[in-house]
Ligand binder design. Structure first.
Ligand code: COA
Length: 336
């Protein structure tokens, strides 16, 4: 066990994605692009997006229900909700408060959002680890949910090809058997390169003062800078996280990376010298679903038989901030 913290058990994982599928060929109706260009550069063939009034709240509620059911923990015993969303459907009430309400959690537990963009799941796991490890809370619901499709500029072919919508959830609890399911975890950020990926929340100054700049509210991204940053920064960081886990890279059963770009996933795979069977990628069908991408990939990996539970996994993510994080976790039997 690391430090003097109480160990944590990952009790359940769930996910939810919208039914509507938009393929690369569909995007050719919006701008000059091709399935071949998108697939070669990103590994993406299609993505799921919300339609009508469906939102990250609906997806987050569904994912949470799945994770709670798998966890075997009673809904009334959840004592904290931490939501990680890049852009929650409302800035307030928080996504976490909406989820508390829709799940019908009767108790007045704390529910709050935290923002670490696509690294959000790993950041939230670190927050939950601190809260459980200190003994403050026992059963925490982590929810990562985003409807990116509502925030991309659908005339910008550099960003709108990448993102999809989805939600993932994890129930974590104080471990009863003294085994810690988080073998190592580290999170980082560098705000000096925040301009690589950003989104404004535009507003207007009071009419009695000088006006502020008028801004749009789309996702902006310097794709090449993000790509270079990730492939130069993450490998050494991941090596450190593996070292801290006490396992060697070979001993870890799976790599479950944030699903942002297949070429980035392959760069990590090469660095770790992992065969294809150890690397979980479903970016082809979902695109980049922000912080939800890791839990979606875990549960789908189990459903498709690629991941066998009773194993260990290296998670790593990166996103706007820039933020990044990695963790080596145990995937116990029955969690999804
Ligand atoms: N279809 C066809 N052509 C496209 C296109 C598209 N969807 N998007 C861009 N292009 C064109 C550009 O206009 C440019 O043309 P030009 O050379 O005539 O100016 C050319 O393709 C190259 O554009 P560029 O943006 O430099 O492409 P790229 O090779 O860097 O690929 C990304 C773009 C976005 C796929 C790539 O940079 C990437 O995936 N980066 C990482 C982003 C990421 O992971 N973000 C998530 C962080 S959580």
């Amino acid at each position: 066990m690391q430090n003097n913290y109480k160990p944590l058990r990952i009790a359940g994982i769930g996910y939810s994605v919208p039914d509507t599928v938009i393929t690369n060929n569909d995007l050719t109706k919006l701008y000059d692009t091709s399935d071949e260009w998108i697939y070669t550069r990103t590994g993406i063939k299609e993505r799921r997006i919300v339609s009508g009034n469906e939102s990250a709240v609906d997806l987050g509620v569904e994912a949470s229900k799945n994770a709670i059911e798998k966890s075997g923990i009673k809904i009334e015993d959840i004592d904290c909700i931490v939501a990680a969303s890049s852009v929650p459907p409302q800035l307030y009430p928080s996504l976490a408060c909406h989820i508390q309400a829709y799940l019908g959690i009767p108790n007045h537990i704390p529910a709050f959002d935290m923002t670490a963009a696509c690294s959000g799941l790993i950041y939230a796991l670190q927050v939950a680890r601190g809260l459980i490890g200190s003994g403050l809370y026992k059963n925490i619901l982590i929810v990562a949910a985003d409807n990116n499709s509502r925030h991309v500029d659908w005339s910008d072919r550099g960003t709108s090809i990448l993102f999809g919508d989805g939600a993932g959830a994890m129930v974590v609890t104080a471990s009863e058997d003294d085994v810690d399911d988080v073998l190592s975890l580290d999170i980082k950020s560098d705000g000096t390169i925040g301009h690589y990926i950003y989104m404004n929340t535009p507003g207007k100054n009071c009419p009695l003062v000088e006006p502020c700049d008028e801004l749009d509210s789309y996702i902006h991204m310097a794709g090449r800078d993000v790509y270079k940053f990730v492939v130069t920064t993450l490998p050494d960081f991941i090596d450190d996280c593996i070292k801290q886990s006490g396992l060697s890279a070979e001993e870890i059963d799976y790599l479950v990376p944030h699903q942002a770009n297949q070429r980035i996933i392959e760069a990590m795979q090469t660095r770790l010298n992992y065969p294809d069977e150890k690397v979980i990628s479903n970016i082809e069908y979902y695109g980049n679903t922000s912080a939800a991408s890791i839990p979606i990939a875990i549960v789908e990996g189990v459903e498709s038989g690629k991941i066998k539970l009773g194993s260990t996994a290296l998670l790593c993510g990166f996103g706007a901030g820039m933020t990044w994080g990695a963790a080596v976790i145990r995937l116990r039997e029955g969690i999804c």
